[in-house]
Design a protein around this ligand. Structure first.
Ligand code: GLV
Length: 323
């Protein structure tokens, strides 16, 4: 019998990194990137010591059902709403994620979606490609709203929220945030952000970015009531998780001009996107690519492997999650 640990890598990863991992572990991989059913995943976990998964793999009492020797599940993502932490704890299995390495890349995408939504970049591209650009018009053309000197409201002020706040300073924005708990004053000062209550943030922001984790309490946290409080000239960006926003309410608000525009990187039923959202013009859509640069994706998988190997070698993984 091999003395190497048995590891499942549930999704396709960079081939060179996979080859290196194989020097240290007996690996079952999925380089064809097939999407497994929960029963496939359960079967694949049954004889493994460690598993490296993405947010697409649900780790719960069912998928862990036959995983008698599993010691650690390592997520290639910072969010871990795909983990049932109580089930992992009950089975005495460690869980880890990949924070920090994706903070700036994800903050960049949040900023990009905000700018694209405010300046109608994708909508205007369709307009141009559709042959509607006949002349230069001062006002009789789709006009945008400003980013610079506007007020940015960030909901969820963890690492990514703070990185967005730091970017906003370069655009002379007034940055406000709402979070479950207020940041220490020195951290607020470091990112130039002022704490306000939720209602003030909703009512007074020109741009709102959602960056909080997805928890059962946050399900459809942003719905008709919240959208109704926003300015009709405001934009909404969601780079957190789809389930945080009530997408039907958002589609309606966009259609009725209750808010100016939106930028979404995440969707409740992804990879499928509601037709009601696709039907709107004033929305910028991205296929969950917050961390999707090669450099960052490599750093994420390297960190996920480091976490997994540390757990299997009896060390405390650098990004051990507590339940
Ligand atoms: C991506 O959504 C992540 O949580 O890393």
């Amino acid at each position: 019998m091999s003395s190497k640990p048995k590891i499942l890598v549930a999704r396709a990863i960079f081939p060179d990194i996979l080859e290196r991992l194989k020097e240290h572990a007996e690996v079952e991989s999925n380089q064809s990137d097939r999407i497994w059913t929960t029963d496939d995943l359960k079967a694949a976990l049954a004889d493994k010591d460690g598993a490296i998964v993405t947010g697409g793999e649900k780790i719960d009492a069912h998928t862990l059902g036959n995983a008698k020797q599993l010691k650690i599940v390592s997520n290639i993502a910072v969010g871990y709403n795909n983990f049932d932490m109580a089930a992992l704890k009950a089975a005495n299995i460690m869980a880890t994620n990949t924070p920090d390495v994706l903070t700036d890349t994800t903050a960049d995408l949040g900023f990009a979606l905000m700018m694209a939504a405010a300046r109608r970049v994708t909508e205007l591209e369709h307009w141009l490609r559709g042959g509607d650009w006949k002349k230069f018009s001062i006002y009789d053309a789709p006009l945008g709203v400003d980013i610079h000197h506007s007020t940015l409201g960030i909901m969820g002020m963890g690492r990514i929220g703070q990185a967005i706040a730091r970017r906003a300073r370069g655009f002379d924005m007034k940055v406000r945030y709402y979070n479950r708990s207020r940041l220490p004053v020195d951290q607020e000062q470091a990112c130039g952000a002022e704490y306000v209550d939720r209602e003030t943030l909703l009512k007074e922001s020109d741009h709102i970015i959602l960056v909080m984790p997805y928890t059962p309490e946050n399900h459809h946290l942003f719905g008709e009531k919240e959208l109704a409080l926003m300015k009709p000239t405001a934009t909404l960006v969601n780079i957190a998780r789809g389930g945080i926003v009530d997408e039907l309410a958002l589609a309606k608000a966009l259609e009725q001009g209750k808010i100016f525009s939106a930028g979404l990187d995440v969707f409740e039923g992804e990879p499928s996107v509601r037709p009601e959202l696709l039907a709107q013009k004033n929305i910028v859509l991205a296929p969950h690519v917050g961390s999707a640069t090669e450099k960052t994706r490599r750093a994420m998988i390297e960190l996920a492997i480091k976490n997994c190997m540390a757990g299997l070698q009896g060390q405390t993984p650098p990004n051990l999650l507590s339940s």
